[in-house]
Design a protein around this ligand. Structure first.
Ligand code: SF4
Ligand code: SF4
Length: 243
């Protein structure tokens, strides 16, 4: 993640530092440029934003995919739910969701002139325009990858072997799976890590794309459910904290 943070910092150093956020010109309430919205998380990308990738404003190494059925915060429902479809966001900085392009110094956006659709629509005192586009015409991984990209085979394998359906079933299983939930989720986590490992060994120069191609590692997604990854003599297991 540090590598991506450095990309953001470079853009700021290269003169793209701009006053943050939109400024409504109708004399009504105006954005104060406080940066709170950027700290809460970067935007989800829409088809309208594909030109930003095509022009190299935003690289796939600066993106993270939230996969179909992955537990994610739903801004309309105001809670964490399995995502109805795949979507792509700008990565967070470090271990936070604070947008990678947000510079604390000066509350600035490093890509202000070319900020994504949601950033152009968002105004915290009138969220109507943003709400209208949420979930609509979302950008997908396939739209950003060439049809002959050799990594597509691994992407397909990952979707087949590591989809979120079985994971969500286990999490919702309650008493029925209580006895072996750790073992069964460990198997799921192992499959997820195996695909990532294969990707990193096969395409060592594309490591920065991992979160875009395969989303967040499953063991990290499971952490809020009280699971942590333990490694012992190269064997991994998922352990759930006593609730
Ligand atoms: S839209 Fe609201 S939260 Fe975002 S920078 Fe402007 S005033 Fe702050
Ligand atoms: S791209 Fe810019 S405006 Fe949009 S959330 Fe990130 S820092 Fe804020």
């Amino acid at each position: 993640m540090d590598e991506q943070a450095e990309v953001g910092r470079k853009k700021v150093r290269n003169g793209e530092l701009m006053n943050n956020r939109m400024k409504p010109e109708n004399g009504a309430a105006q954005c104060q440029g406080c940066g709170t919205c950027c700290r809460r998380g970067g935007p989800t990308l829409h088809l309208d934003d594909i030109n930003l990738a095509e022009r190299g404003i935003i690289g796939v190494g600066e993106l993270v995919t939230i996969r179909r059925n992955e537990p994610a915060y739903n801004p309309v429902r105001g809670k964490v739910l399995p995502s109805a479809s795949e979507f792509i966001k700008i990565k967070g900085r470090g271990n936070t969701w604070s947008c990678l392009f947000f510079a604390e110094e000066g509350n600035c956006c490093a890509v202000y002139r070319d900020r994504p659709l949601e950033c152009r629509l968002l105004f915290c005192r009138d969220t109507g325009p943003l709400t209208e586009v949420i979930g609509e015409h979302l950008l997908t991984r396939r739209a950003l990858l060439a049809d002959d990209d050799p990594v597509l085979d691994l992407l397909e394998r990952h979707e087949e072997e590591c989809s979120y359906g079985p994971v969500n079933d286990l999490l919702a299983g309650g008493e029925k799976v209580r006895d072996d939930i750790e073992a069964r989720l460990t198997a799921q986590v192992g499959r997820d890590l195996a695909v990532r490992d294969c990707f990193l060994r096969t395409y060592p120069k594309r490591g920065a794309e991992e979160l875009f191609l395969f989303g967040r590692p499953l063991f990290l997604v499971l952490a809020p459910h009280g699971f942590r990854l333990v490694e012992d003599n190269s064997r991994i297991s998922l352990v759930q904290s006593a609730s």
